[in-house]
Ligand binder design. Sequence first.
Ligand SMILES: Cc1ncc(COP(=O)(O)O)c(C=O)c1O
Length: 378
Amino acid sequence: MKIQKIKLFDLKSEFEDIGEEILEEIKKVLKSGTFIMGKNVQELEENLANYFNVKHAITVNSGTDALLISLKSLGIKEGDEVITTPFTFFATAEVINNIGAIPVFVDIDENFNINVNLIEKSITEKTKAIIPVHLFGLPVNMEKVMEIAKRYNLKVVEDVAQAFGAKYNNKLVGTFGDLGAFSCFPTKNLGAYGDAGFIITNNKELAQKCKMLKVHGSIKKYYHEEFGYNSRMDEIQAAILKVKLKYIEKFNNHRIKAANLYNGILSKNPYIITPKPENNNFHHVYHQYTILIKNNSPISRDNLKKELENKGIETNIYYPYPLHKLPVYLNKNNYKVYYPLTNSEDLATKVLSLPMYHYISLNDVEYVANTINEIFNI
Ligand SMILES: Cc1ncc(COP(=O)(O)O)c(C=O)c1O
């Protein structure tokens, strides 16, 4: 019998659907001869600002640069402390260290996001900013984060790399903080066909600063006012993203539909915890569909992963190491923790992300979920 192969993520079906439209736009760029800072970038920035209903959208080269440039624009510098989660992709903390500041890791709650009730306890006189990460597409409780930030006069950069279109209390995430930093890495909810990212803000001075920093610290050509970066999004990626932005609601809705189907089937399994269900406050866009294998499970997370692999189902562990367990943080001068990171360490041993993308077939979702239940004899 031929094994049915189901990938964690696949862009081929997207290209079959909207590939012609994308190729048409790429062709126009190639014919125009303008590849950097042309009309596609300008139009995409306008379209993004409209989508988020913000005053400024600034395209950059990656989500990492979106975070880096956001922090730089706020004047975060050597010796400053920036509060964030250790349960995220490395880039979130890496950018803090790369500007000489210190990440302060605060433990996560059972939904994988920073525990907002622990943030205040980790604030010192050196704390300058908070980076909440809307992990896997689930919004952080931004009302609480902004309330703390206001009380302690802290800046907020939202890491929205995984949560394009997610909403907290009906408001799009990325629009709460001083700046929102997005990644358009190909697998993201709004993904390019290469590296890309962008920043949004309502603050004119910060927007101006970000625009300057992404082009070697200059607004006027060859007139450099500070040390910046080369971090421009190119015209081809902007043209692709312009097309895909038109479909983002459809893409996200498909992810939600797939997640609901997983939830329905896996809720019968007493050994698995499914992601936090949608409610009025939290509009999840399921960048990842990540389950937790309970302590009393007869099958370990790693064995479940292996069994699924044998049956042709690809899964992944996001993230196998909480950041403070990584080799770069063996040097304890590179980060701070004021309270134990118990949940981060525990959940890293229990998480498993199942196949999820904006064109996944619902039959495949059903097959994956039923296969998991069969492995557990349910
Ligand atoms: C939470 C988080 N932050 C930051 C990044 C960095 O984005 P990029 O890969 O576009 O540099 C990513 C993406 O991988 C991410 O998932």
